[in-house]
Design a protein around this ligand. Sequence first.
Ligand SMILES: Nc1ncnc2c1ncn2[C@@H]1O[C@H](COP(=O)(O)OP(=O)(O)OP(=O)(O)O)[C@@H](O)[C@H]1O
Length: 252
Amino acid sequence: MLACKNVTKIYGVKGSDNKTIALDKLSLEVQSGEFVGIMGPSGSGKSTLLSAMGGIININSGEILLNNKNIENLSQNEIALFRRNHMGFVFQDFNLMDGLTIKENVALPLILNKEEGKKIENKINEIMKFFSIEDIKDKYPWNVSGGQQQRAAIARAIIHKPQILFADEPTGNIDSKASEEIMTSFKHINEEKGGTILMVTHDPLAASYCNRITFIRDGTIFSELDRKGDQKSFYHQIIASLKMMGGITHEI
Ligand SMILES: Nc1ncnc2c1ncn2[C@@H]1O[C@H](COP(=O)(O)OP(=O)(O)OP(=O)(O)O)[C@@H](O)[C@H]1O
């Protein structure tokens, strides 16, 4: 469904020696209905990979294919529209709009798509219930917890039923209890709604909710791990893989 093939991304000024090869001929495929995690040491290229696959940044070479369509062939406007209609994004710092209530924030993609008022109301009510945020719908982001803000951000990211949800360190700014709630939400999106998710995380516990983990180092794939058995055993396999890669320096 979504694939990157031999993707290279180099940061730096053209002609200058000061260049960073963030992605080095990296290939990765995500099938519809998968929940894939990306892990790796700091600076290994995780966020760059997510941004490249989400069409947020341009790549130097290779291909990004969504349903066999090369998104690199689209114009900037077409990519922006494509992202708005078919992709959802969640970031570490929530990115909610302070001047809007939680409900208004969640409704934003539907308002931008000029959907009809009654339809918006129905969709909002359903999704607020799914994420247990109906009680805070009229509050502003600064008046609710980090976990509630992130649940609202995820609701906003999937309300238009995107083909794929991208999440970059979604539990990076919240405490461990709220992190578990967020990861349970992702699991429900994946299992109950059939949502496809690609998530970058440092956190082995968050990663243990995925079905597959791709470990990257120095912009290339180091190893991959498929979930077998229960979540606890997957968690221990993830820790072992991180140790092997040198991406973890302390016991968790
Ligand atoms: N806008 C940029 N300009 C120049 N170099 C960049 C830029 N963004 C990232 N880099 C460099 O590219 C490499 C990969 O960065 P990236 O943010 O993708 O790594 P990461 O694995 O997500 O790191 P972290 O876990 O610390 O967030 C790093 O060496 C980083 O310094």
